[in-house]
Design a protein around this ligand. Sequence first.
Ligand SMILES: [Zn+2]
Length: 236
Amino acid sequence: MTELLYLTDSYLKEFEATMVAVESNRVALDRTAFYPGGGGQPADGGRMLWDNGESQVIKVKKQEDQVWHGLDVEPPPVGTPVRGVLDWEHRYKLMRTHTALHILCGVIWRDYGALVTGGNMEPLAARMDFELEHMSADFAQEVEEKINAEVAATRPVKICILPREEAFQIPDLIRTKINLLPESIREVRIVEIEGLDMQADGGTHVANTREVGTIHVVGHESKGRINKRLRIALGE
Ligand SMILES: [Zn+2]
């Protein structure tokens, strides 16, 4: 089982670990800061270094309890100590973008009572779908003003890990369908934008909404009678 260092410290850019499994050109470590993708957030890339060797980390993927890192050279043997170095520019953009999406869904829920039906992100660009009947350029403009007000409000973003039973007591989490989590998950990681949004979430986020920077609503589309899409883009 890989210890997931990014769950408690999303600002970790480098880490030491030990190789615990090798399968052709991919390796598993005892601990990793590489995000393996999931919840709409793409996987990290970067480099892995060891005594007399190094490789790009090209494909990071979680399978059951283990995170696999694809290398572009032949891996050293199991037991080798390694250093992982994240492509931080890429990851930090994703942290800002992921947090922007939480601001967006927090505002849409608070002011319009609409739930999220889907979403996806790449560095500095994302889309999110909502259970909304109406959508217009004016609405998109209004949302843009509201989400930037939340960035300007410098709201802290806090992470905590709670026992399942405790998390299930939090009313704000019910709307995010926390009750659909498999019974096997005994602890729930909660990402809270203070005063705005709370979600069960395994992704990486910035520590304060101010780090997101200006958010532009760059598109709006209808995806069905009660399904409307907003597209956002962040500044560099
Ligand atoms: Zn999220």
